[in-house]
Design a protein around this ligand. Structure first.
Ligand SMILES: [Zn+2]
Length: 309
């Protein structure tokens, strides 16, 4: 069975082009530009909306949007056409409806996008989240500015450069010796939503130790025979999901921890499909790595569960 997300990138991030501002300005003038405002990407229906530098200049001069920041996302592998994100805000306060019109979150639109568009969106949103959360220098508290075409921030006061951080989280498909899988329900999810187990890596911990700790904490089973499946950027706000499967020899002791996980259920393939059909099981959304892990085990795509919460 194939691994998860192990295809090469559809974008050349072209880090060597980030260091010269003149080069970046020139790339901007030829770029396909993705607009981001308040975590949402300009998109209609199933596609991202790409702007030219002239479109951006017009939106700014009309007084609709602020100057904002430019992040270089890389170039198309074949055409070498550059891509940028334009991270901006409305100049005048808008209602929630107005903000949503013509914009989508990656969670809403991700599953409909091409792999290249999804990659661009994840990169752009991750950068936007990080820049907006780090306006100040962690050393001296001074204001920082965008550096390296958005790949870093710079503090002019103490000449320090700051790089985005990505939080590692493991996500695990737990199986028993009969090839059933264990899924858990979180109380913040809609009723019937069950998914794989996940948790953040702690400082000084290996991914493997994290898998064993999280699974034991959340479901009370012990696991071994860990197998790496793949990874998925999850910039909500700044994570990467590192995906494993693992096997337990004591499936009968499985139970939720009562806080993060309030219910656990074992599923054979037949039980999983029957539960989807009778409405008692709602799978995580197709864009999620959890869904890909479950479908990989199932051997084909599963129906339902598109909406995210
Ligand atoms: Zn500083």
């Amino acid at each position: 069975m194939s691994a998860i997300n192990q295809h090469p990138s559809r974008i050349d991030r072209a880090g060597e082009l980030r260091t010269n501002q003149k080069t970046l300005d020139q790339l901007w003038s030829q770029a396909r530009i993705l607009q981001i405002s308040e975590g949402r990407i300009a998109a209609t229906g199933k596609q991202l909306t790409f702007f030219s530098d002239e479109d951006v200049a017009r939106l700014v001069s009309s007084g609709l949007f602020a100057e904002g920041s430019r992040y270089f996302l890389g170039v198309d592998i074949e055409s070498r056409k550059p891509f940028f994100a334009w991270d901006t805000q409305w100049v005048e306060a808008k209602s929630d409806e107005e903000k949503i019109d013509g914009f989508s979150t990656v969670r809403e639109i991700g599953v409909k996008l091409s792999e290249q568009e999804l990659e661009l969106s994840l990169h752009a949103v991750a950068l936007s989240n990080w820049h907006s959360a780090h306006p100040r220098c962690p050393r001296c508290g001074g204001a920082t500015r965008v550096d390296l075409g958005g790949a870093a921030r710079f503090c002019d006061a103490d000449q320090s450069q700051h790089h985005p951080r990505t939080d590692s989280a493991v996500i695990v498909l737990v199986k028993d010796r009969s090839d059933r899988i264990l899924l858990g329900h979180q109380p913040v999810w809609p009723e019937g939503r069950f998914s794989t187990f996940a948790g953040f890596l702690e400082p000084g911990e290996t991914f493997e130790q994290c898998v064993m700790r999280e699974i034991f904490e959340e479901s009370a089973v012990t696991v071994s025979e860990l197998k790496y499946l793949g990874s998925q950027p999850w910039p909500f706000p700044a994570s990467i999901m590192i995906s494993f499967e693992a096997v337990t020899d004591n499936p009968e002791v499985a139970r939720g921890d009562g806080e993060e996980i309030t219910e656990v259920r074992w599923f054979s393939r037949e039980e999983l499909l029957a539960a989807i059909k009778d409405g008692s099981l709602l799978l995580p959304p197709s864009i999620s790595v959890a869904r890909k892990m479950i479908e990989r085990w199932l051997g084909h795509s599963a129906p339902g569960g598109e909406t995210w919460r």
